[in-house]
Design a binder for this molecule. Structure first.
Ligand SMILES: *Cc1c(COP(=O)(O)O)cnc(C)c1O
Length: 969
């Protein structure tokens, strides 16, 4: 036997599921002889790329990880005392392995389908409860993107709810972190908000101020009592936002008890790695009276169809799609997975545990301060929690050198240094620091009574700022402290949620890609997870190498000149891109260009982002085929040619079609002085075959959590980097702390210079292991899989909108509106799919009453068939309702989903069988996923909004009618 040793496993063959035989069958069913034929029928020839992607050859999974080990070693993991919003943490192992590293949690989608998402909804409710408790506020949301943007959201909420319409000044304490102030500058500009940056103790509050923001503890560590400031502000009608450190609130009087109107911050230090800047969950807490103005998602308590406790996203759930440019914010993807981790940290440690942790941090800080005092170092913060401030004068240089020698990073600004202590700091570390501070003065540890100090530590927090109120009192935070209990709690919630571990989640526009294990593994390597985003540049060579490569590869894929890796989600990319366009126009003396043309089919974040960028929105019509009405576009572009800023266009369109006229559309915009912004959510249909630059766009964002394999995490994290053509490169976002200036950079759009840096590795891994050929094949197979589903389903459900050859792109819209005639709503289909073991496709976007199906390339033929079988079986059920064979109201669709409790109850009074209800197709018996609650009641929940964990005994539910608006993206 001759042996072949050339074999090397190809990742592409793992990522793209259909094998040769399946491919042949699907091509045949679709009516083509080859993939190339299908692609040429789908993508107009004139926008096709002429050359293959120029990317490095694909690496195997094994080789990629080996190479990445080398790259990782170029990051130097020093002990971080930099603070400034980022602290090292001890991630409880049970949380790291069973949530952060567990596809059962990270492959979940945003919980729009509440009945199969009760686990993460509960975990997010825990997070809200924790935030409410610790801040002393009344209501909190289920996370924002980072502390800086949360502060900006707070400013905007204050601005939009201000009583005095003429007030446009926002006071910003100069002791707010510089990266936060930078984002406030970005956000203030388009609205004409003036920032007054100054000292809260001396500022004169005036009638033209609508709000103020202070930080607690302040940026350099000082703990101020802001009570008088808050009171004085309120007398003038000025509302107060407080940026608070979540860990400090365990020991400090919470802002809610001394007059804060909004409290924002980051929950990173509740067990989420620094990751060189993210991802982390920011929080936003406020008073009940503002509940309808809160940005982002809120989880609320309601009841299900049986009257039992159930959870769902409340109020603002689909706010942007309904209110568009009037939306309270453009936040769509947030930081669900990280919020879940932070909430679990509180569950695991409980109130006593977090108090011990906070006390230890505070105590070690005092130990350091007192030790250094004995050496003659005068510490400048009168009251502090975890951060000390010194002016070292001429000793700054030697201390800096000693710190680096000891592999420690402090936060130096000239001769001033701040040192922040965290959960990982040990008494030994403090001793090391004291030892070298002593050495610098020619002294030794013997000059310090270290052990005596250690035994006599008392708080330096003034009595009136010492927390006395209870927190984390709910049973949830007092029950799961042993590892078995915690493990089982996590698993019990996970078991309620359908994720990619169970079945295909065919969400149109959301692109639920495979999140391959090898892509995920490096995220928790210490060289990536334990890096502070403001670490010295000579310690971060590994990350820089990854960013350089990713920047080059994404530029090649989009055809653009450069990327900004800063925006933390697609909608943030939209905002960043529009701000770049705005800066470009301003720079050319065209500051009057402020009209954004947006097709009526656009995702709701588009108009919301345009409004945030200070633009006026003019809606462009779509024709009967779902394409942009070119005549209308042309007329509007010409009508507004003097004020035209840009067009925002999704390509292929949100209707799942490659519009033939896209090049002409871009030319019209350019001819009238505008720029073209392409929403890159549908990039999975473009990679390697066409590109944003090729169709004529100037800017686009990429949702890395869609096309480039970052998991959705149950509603985040994500990343939304933007690519720009050459003329826009100088305006890409800068940063206040780390120098990434491009010449004419706009202010930052995220707290960290490279956004949620640690998850960029996932996309890096995906591209490196696929290579240009693999990426292009992925696109081809995504289109094949979609067209195969279309072929199987189009005789059962009308497919809205196809290209000129009758092909869809990577997704298709199935029209369900006609079923309304006999009482079946699209929601009923979505809920019934749960009984068949599937998550619904995108519901009612972009067309109400329809579902949008997107399978991706990673689903094998038999999974597509299972889904099609389920959809066809449901269609027969609808037929039977129409024919009167099933009751109009008491049928499997209306009663879906069916829980195990309903199916196994002693009573069964429905006119169809239990088997029909729960095991409608043979494959379901082999692998049944049980929804944990019956259909949730949205109206009930919105009427009696409860957004933190209620004691279960409080809950006596009454039966109530269900009316559920249903959505997908
Ligand atoms: C997902 C999506 C967005 C929003 O992106 P996020 O990453 O969730 O902020 C915008 N436009 C379209 C078409 C989308 O599908």
């Amino acid at each position: 036997m001759k042996l072949n040793i050339d074999y090397q496993e190809k990742f592409q063959a793992r990522h793209i599921a259909p094998n040769e035989a399946d491919t042949a069958q699907m091509l045949k069913a679709t009516g083509v002889t080859s993939l190339d034929e299908l692609i040429s029928q789908t993508i107009p020839e004139k926008i096709r790329l002429k050359a293959p992607l120029n990317l490095p050859p694909a690496k195997s999974e094994f080789d990629y990880l080996a190479a990445l080990r080398q790259t990782a070693s170029k990051n130097k993991v020093f002990k971080s005392f930099i603070g400034q919003g980022y602290y090292d943490v001890i991630v409880p192992g049970v949380i790291q392995r069973n949530i952060l590293e567990n596809p059962g949690w990270y492959t979940q989608y945003t919980p729009y389908q509440a009945e199969i998402a009760q686990g993460r909804l509960q975990a997010l409710l825990n997070f809200q409860t924790m935030v409410v408790d610790l801040t002393g506020m009344e209501i909190a949301n289920a996370s924002l993107l980072d502390e800086g943007t949360a502060a900006a959201e707070a400013m905007f909420m204050q601005y939009s709810t201000r009583k005095n319409a003429a007030a446009n000044i926002f006071f910003v304490s100069e002791e707010v972190f510089p990266q936060t102030i930078d984002i406030l500058k970005t956000r203030a500009q388009p609205y004409g908000i003036e920032l007054l940056i100054g000292n809260h103790q001396t500022v004169e509050l005036t009638d033209n101020m609508f709000g103020a923001i202070v930080q607690y503890p302040a940026g350099n560590g000082a703990v101020y009592n802001y009570k008088d400031f808050a009171t004085k502000g309120h007398e003038k009608g000025i509302k107060l936002t407080v940026v608070a450190d979540i860990m400090s609130l365990v020991l400090l009087t919470p802002p809610g008890e001394w007059g804060a109107d909004i409290v924002v911050g980051c929950t990173q230090r509740f067990g989420v790695p620094m990751g060189f800047g993210g991802p982390h969950a920011a929080f936003f807490a406020t008073k009940e009276e503002y509940k309808r103005s809160i940005p982002g998602r809120i989880i609320g308590v309601t009841i299900d169809s049986a009257g039992n406790y159930a959870l769902r996203m409340a109020l603002q759930t689909r706010e942007q799609h309904i209110r568009r440019d009037k939306a309270t914010s453009n936040i769509c993807t947030a930081q669900a997975l990280l919020a879940i981790m932070a909430g679990m940290y509180a569950v695991y440690h409980g109130p006593k545990g977090v108090k011990l942790i906070a006390e230890r941090i505070h105590g070690l800080t005092i130990l350091l301060a007192e030790s250094l005092k004995q050496l003659g170092y005068g510490q400048l913060n009168e009251a502090y929690f975890d951060t000390l401030k010194f002016d070292l004068g001429s000793l700054a240089g030697p201390v800096h050198a000693e710190a680096i020698n000891n592999e420690m990073n402090f936060n130096f600004k000239g001769s001033v240094v701040t040192i922040s202590i965290d959960e990982t700091t040990s008494p030994e570390d403090i001793k090391t620091i004291v030892r070298f501070f002593a050495r610098v003065k020619g002294k030794t540890l013997n000059d310090v009574s270290f052990d005596e100090l250690k035994g006599n530590l008392t708080t330096v927090i003034p009595a009136d700022l010492q927390r006395t109120s209870a927190y984390l009192t709910h049973a949830l935070f007092n029950s799961h402290h042993s590892e078995h209990e915690m493990l089982r709690y996590i698993k019990s919630l996970e078991a309620k949620d359908l994720s990619l571990c169970h079945s295909m989640i065919a969400l149109g526009s959301c692109t639920m890609k495979l999140n391959a294990t090898t892509e995920m593994i490096p995220v928790t390597w210490a060289e990536f997870s334990k890096m502070h985003p403001f670490a010295p540049t000579d310690q971060v060579g590994g990350y820089m190498e990854i960013f350089d490569e990713l920047n080059n590869w994404l530029s090649e894929i989009t055809g653009f000149a450069a990327m900004s890796l800063q925006p933390n989600a697609g909608a943030q990319g939209e905002y960043a891109g529009l701000m770049v366009i705005r800066a470009y126009h301003n720079d050319r003396g065209d500051s009057h260009r402020n009209i954004a043309l947006i097709p009526s089919s656009a995702h709701g974040t588009n108009p919301a982002s345009a409004a945030m960028a200070g633009m006026k929105i003019v809606v462009v019509r779509c024709d009967d085929n779902g394409n942009i009405d070119v005549a209308d576009l042309k007329a509007k572009a010409e009508q507004y040619k003097n004020e035209l800023s840009c067009l925002m266009v999704t390509y292929p369109s949100t209707h799942g079609v490659f519009e033939e006229s896209i090049i002409e559309i871009c030319e019209i915009i350019h001819a009238n002085g505008g720029q073209v912004y392409m929403d890159g959510a549908n990039m999975n249909a473009q990679v390697g075959l066409t590109s944003p630059a090729n169709i004529g766009a100037d800017v686009c964002h990429l949702n890395l959590h869609k096309t480039f394999c970052i998991p959705h995490g149950g509603g985040g994290p994500g990343m939304g980097p933007i690519g720009v053509a050459k003329h826009l490169v100088p305006y890409l976002p800068g940063h206040a702390v780390v120098d990434i200036d491009k010449g004419k950079s706009i202010h930052a759009v995220s707290s960290a210079p490279w956004g949620s840096a640690s998850i960029l590795i996932i996309s890096h891994a995906y591209i490196a292991m696929m290579g240009g050929d693999g990426l292009t094949n992925a696109t081809r197979y995504a289109i094949l899989n979609a067209n195969y589903i279309k072929t199987r389903l189009e005789h059962h459900y009308p497919v809205l909108y196809t290209g000129t050859n009758g092909r869809c792109a990577h997704e298709m819209i199935l029209d369900c509106r006609a079923f309304k005639n006999f009482g079946i709503e699209v929601t009923d289909i979505a809920k019934r799919l749960m009984d068949y073991g599937f998550h619904a496709p995108t519901v009612s976007f972009p067309v109400a009453g329809t579902v949008m199906v997107e399978p991706t390339e990673s689903e094998p033929k038999h999974e597509l068939d299972r889904f099609c079988d389920a959809m066809i079986a449901i269609r027969h059920e609808i037929d039977n309702v129409e024919k009167g064979l099933l009751d109009k109201t008491d049928n499997p669709l209306k009663n879906a989903p069916h829980t195990a409790a309903v199916i196994t109850a002693n009573e069964w009074e429905h006119p169809y069988s239990r088997q029909k209800a729960a095991f409608p197709l043979p494959y379901v018996s082999a692998y049944k996923f049980w929804p944990s609650v019956g259909r949730v009641n949205d109206t009930y929940g919105d009427r009696t909004l409860i957004c933190s964990c209620p004691p279960l005994t409080d809950y006596e539910f009454e039966e109530s009618e269900v009316t559920t608006p249903e959505y997908g993206t």
